[in-house]
Write a protein that binds this ligand. Sequence first.
Ligand code: ADE
Ligand code: ZN
Length: 346
Amino acid sequence: MHAYLKALPKCEHHIHIEGALMPSLLFDLASRNNITLPIEDVAYTSEEALLDRYNRFTSLDDFLGYYYTAMAVLQHENDFEALAWSYFKKAHEDGVVHAEVFFDPQAHLERGVSVATVIAGLTAGRTRAEKELNMSTMLICCYLRHLPQSAALELFDSSDLQAAITAKEIDGVGLDSSETPFPPELFKDVYAKSKSAGLRLTAHAGEEGPASNIATSLFVLGVERIDHGIRLADDPKLMMKVARAGTMLSICPLSNVRLRCVKSVKELPIPKFLETGVKFSINSDDPAYFGGFILDNYCAVHDEFNLSPQQWESIALAGINGSWCSSARKSEMLQLLEVARKALPS
Ligand code: ADE
Ligand code: ZN
């Protein structure tokens, strides 16, 4: 089944590009860019020590500390291109045919790295992936929820972001970072502005926070999909509503375990979602930090729930249909799915 899962044409909808920064590239860029990582933290003494620390996150906030610290090494356009390219290459090996990639411009702006630099690097990586790997890719700008909405509005109005929107280098917006203290409704205005600019809308909700954050994201922010959303199962009425509307969740199993949102993959409401018809895709979130890229997440789900090829096909299909690419690209991916189905040993 693992070979079949690898061959399935996969769409990744929940990957933070900064979360694909493997310790090897992190140390390499730190040395090239003369960045001193925090010497008081023994985790930064070697790649092994860092990976060991990544194995012991106690919460989303504990992880976010390492995630934002590591970004210090990303300084130049080339660094962002190298990061994006390293992710696309690995995703391609795992059978990803379409990737919708998050990035956190505010975390780079705070360090004096312009939005234009970040987007130029990521766009170069995307162009290469589209040409050399035949992958379709999109870019989703995330607002950081631990910063005030005024900062998100300032980013939205900035000439760099407006130029990227006009140039169609950005396809949508998302909302990420620490969830519990910062509910979705705080970002109502910037979501309304983003929608008026023609951007697609998504938001992290129901990861560590309650199911009510899913409802607010849907009905106040007006998002068309939910990132994580595992707490949806706590509210059966809302779950039925989401199932009926066909709203897709982008689930990240290994992330949920590493960040202690669940004790193990077994606790994830995947069988319940399949039963009630809630659409979802399976994703890696921050693969450098959570011990696996997308295929590892597919395999972990399979090893736990032993899904049938038909169930896997329905998950891959939901991923294609829930993507934000053109219908022509969706048709190509549906053909790839048909090829994978025919290759399945009976
Ligand atoms: N930023 C990067 N990964 C995240 C996650 N899993 N939840 C919230 N914000 C994030
Ligand atoms: Zn995420």
